[in-house]
Design a protein around this ligand. Structure first.
Ligand SMILES: [Zn+2]
Length: 184
């Protein structure tokens, strides 16, 4: 089974776990790109049409690197995060979305705020095990600079209080979480 087939299957399964996304058109796309591993957005031409088309893009250049080291659960956690962004986009008008994209690109504090909020939403949508598990895996990955790992976890992880209930339900503890998110 090719990995694109596998990813498509995992993606569909993940999407089905978000009741908010049930009726929405979301494509999984494979792209050759730089820097990013996955990202999500609205297909630009569809902004002015009746129905928006959302996408999650996976960078095929990362297939042999970072993606090959992730388990199925880790990938579900990552997809769930990208879909969490789409839950937010779906609540924005076109105008708001365009301002959002500009601010996200140029304002790093805003970006941290968005990522923290989306990660809390993802955990609280029932993906605590997969998402926190994916971060634990992320910290052990080869070929990713330790400083980059620390930077991402430190700035993207939500505060414990915002995810406490779901995290505890899934067997995580406050101490363990603090240890994970305050890595050296
Ligand atoms: Zn994100």
């Amino acid at each position: 089974m090719s990995s694109q087939v596998k990813l498509n299957e995992l993606f569909t399964k993940t999407k089905e776990r978000y009741p908010q996304l049930k009726e929405m058109r979301i494509k999984l796309k494979f792209k050759h790109g730089f820097f990013f591993t996955m990202r999500s957005g609205i297909e630009f031409p569809s902004l002015w049409k009746k129905e928006r088309v959302y996408f999650v893009a996976v960078n095929t250049n990362k297939f042999d690197g970072i993606l090959s080291q992730l388990s199925e659960d880790d990938l579900v956690g990552w997809f769930a995060h990208e879909l969490g962004h789409i839950v937010e986009y779906n609540e924005m008008s076109n105008r708001k979305f365009i301002f959002f994209v500009i601010q996200y690109l140029f304002d790093i504090r805003f970006r941290f705020l968005v990522e923290r909020r989306v990660n809390a939403l993802t955990v609280n949508s029932g993906f605590a095990k997969e998402l926190i598990g994916a971060w634990e895996k992320f910290l052990t990955l080869e070929g990713v600079h330790p400083r980059y790992k620390q930077y991402i976890i430190k700035n993207y992880a939500p505060c414990w209080e915002d995810i406490e209930e779901e995290a505890i339900k899934n067997g995580f503890t406050k101490e363990g979480y603090k240890k994970l998110t305050m890595v050296k």
